[in-house]
Design a protein around this ligand. Structure first.
Ligand SMILES: C[S@@+](CC[C@H](N)C(=O)[O-])C[C@H]1O[C@@H](n2cnc3c(N)ncnc32)[C@H](O)[C@@H]1O
Length: 198
C-alpha cells in the first residue's frame, strides 16, 4: 500500500525546481505573475497586523512573492521556509518542514501556507497549516487553501478550533473594495483568510 506520508527530499527538490514546465501554465513559473504575489501586493495595505511579530511564508521558491513581503514589512521581520534557498537569504530556513524543530518557530503576525500543494504533498502541507497556525498571535492573520483542497483536509474546521474567524479571500477583496483585476477569482474563492481571536 502506498504510504500517505512518503517523502523523498531529492525527488521533491527536483520536482519543484527542475520540472516547472510540468506544473501548468497558470503558475507562471512562480514569477511575478503567480497569483500569490499578485494577491499579496493588493492586500498588504489593508491588513491590520500585530506590529512586531514575524511575517512568514511557507514555500518561498524563487522568492518573487516573499520579496514583496520583505519590501513592505522589512527584511528583518520576514521569515520563509522551503526545501531550497536558491536566493541565499539569511531569513529563509532550508529543509523539509517536517524536519524543523518546532520550538524554533517564532510567534507570527502573518503566515501564508504555499508549501507545495495538497495533491503532491498533503501530509507536509497539512502539517505546516497545523503547526504554523498555532504560532499566530492574537490579531494575526493566516492564509491558505480552504476545505475544497484535493486532500479534503478540513481547513475551516481546524482554523475555527484554533480560534480563527474565517472568510474567503474573495470576500476580503469585496469588503475592502480591492479590484479583482489580473486575478483569477476562483483562486480567491478557494482560499481562506483567517483572523485569530484568542
Ligand atoms: C508553490 S511553490 C511556492 C511559491 C512561492 N510561494 C511564490 O509565491 O513564489 C511551493 C514551494 O513549496 C516548497 N515545498 C514543497 N514541499 C516542501 C516541504 N516538505 N518542506 C518545505 N518546503 C516545501 C517547494 O520547494 C516550493 O518552492
Amino acid at each position: 500500500m502506498k504510504q500517505f506520508n512518503t517523502f523523498n527530499y531529492k525527488n521533491e527538490v527536483n520536482y519543484w525546481y527542475d520540472c516547472i514546465d510540468k506544473h501548468g501554465e497558470d503558475v507562471y513559473s512562480y514569477g511575478p505573475k503567480y497569483y500569490v504575489g499578485l494577491v499579496i501586493k493588493k492586500i498588504m495595505p489593508f491588513l491590520k497586523l500585530p506590529p512586531t511579530e514575524k511575517i512568514c511564508m511557507l514555500g518561498t521558491h524563487n522568492c518573487y512573492s516573499f520579496a514583496l513581503l520583505e519590501e513592505f514589512y522589512g527584511k528583518d521581520r520576514c521569515i520563509g521556509f522551503d526545501l531550497k534557498n536558491p536566493t541565499n537569504r539569511s531569513n529563509i530556513i532550508e529543509g523539509s518542514i517536517l524536519d524543523l524543530n518546532i520550538d524554533l518557530i517564532p510567534p507570527l503576525s502573518f503566515c501564508w501556507n504555499d508549501l507545495g500543494n495538497y495533491k503532491r504533498n498533503p501530509f507536509e502541507k497539512m502539517y505546516g497549516q497545523i503547526v504554523f497556525a498555532n504560532r499566530i498571535i492574537n490579531g494575526g492573520v493566516f492564509i491558505g487553501r480552504d476545505s475544497s483542497n484535493r486532500a479534503r483536509f478540513p481547513a475551516e474546521a481546524l482554523m475555527s478550533e484554533f480560534n480563527y474567524k474565517n472568510e474567503t479571500l474573495q470576500n476580503f477583496f469585496i469588503k475592502n473594495n480591492i479590484s479583482f483585476d489580473g486575478i483569477d477569482e476562483s483562486l480567491l474563492r478557494s482560499h481562506l483568510i483567517s483572523f485569530r481571536e484568542i
